[in-house]
Write a protein that binds this ligand. Structure first.
Ligand code: URA
Length: 209
């Protein structure tokens, strides 16, 4: 699979291991997820173009390499996506943020949309779509379809953990979407949870279980 990057950076791997630990508290889980969001930004923006902007240092005039943050959009799949989003916003504070509200029907595991709000000019931006867990892939597939319907042309998907089933489903439905993750786990269980995984990311992030 060429459109999958498993980021091997030791900091990401270490933090993922801490997140997997069932003894990790909610405040700690939230802090770690935020830090992973920050580290993932580094990887996902690695190939973005820079333009030279004229500016003056205290000593000389130069053409300074500058990122065009107008060309980006962050988009979070609610609610667990917000845990990753916060860290990304630490590094990209001026980038607009879209939100897609999706929940998993517990019986069918299908993604049901209840909210959608994105910037109007998606077609001019590269969208970084975030959701910590790529499990069945249903939410990611639905979110990407919705973003494309709203005009998005380039989308990158960031999760911290993926199941092979989710990677396959997202690639099958949207082969143009590059996936970034810290690990691809063994499989999904009968309830659609990633094994060994880390449990329910939303519940662990917000202490709802
Ligand atoms: N969503 C989660 O939060 N955890 C999983 O293992 C799968 C989907």
């Amino acid at each position: 699979m060429t459109d999958l990057t498993v980021v091997p950076h030791p900091l990401l791997q270490h933090k993922l291991s801490l997140l997997r630990d069932k003894h990790t508290s909610t405040p700690e889980f939230r802090r770690l997820l935020r830090e992973m969001g920050l580290l993932f930004v580094y990887e996902v923006t690695r190939d973005l173009p820079l333009t030279a902007r004229p500016l003056e240092t205290p000593l000389a005039a130069i053409a300074a390499p500058t990122l065009d943050t107008h060309a980006l959009c962050l988009c979070s799949i609610l609610r667990a996506g917000n845990g990753l989003l916060e860290g990304m916003l630490d590094l990209l504070p001026t980038v607009p943020v879209g939100h897609i509200g999706l929940y998993r029907d517990h019986d069918t595991l299908e993604a049901i949309q209840y909210y959608f709000k994105v910037p109007p000019d998606l077609g001019q931006r590269m969208v970084i779509l975030v959701d910590p867990m790529l499990a069945t892939g249903n939410s990611a597939v639905a979110a990407v379809a919705r973003l494309k319907a709203a005009g998005a042309r380039e989308i990158r998907f960031v999760c911290i953990l993926a199941a092979p089933e989710g990677v396959k489903a997202l690639h099958a439905a949207h082969p143009d979407v590059h996936i970034y993750t810290a690990a691809v786990d063994s499989h999904l269980n009968d309830h659609g949870y990633i094994v060994p995984g880390l449990g329910d990311a939303g519940d662990r992030l917000y202490g709802t279980k």
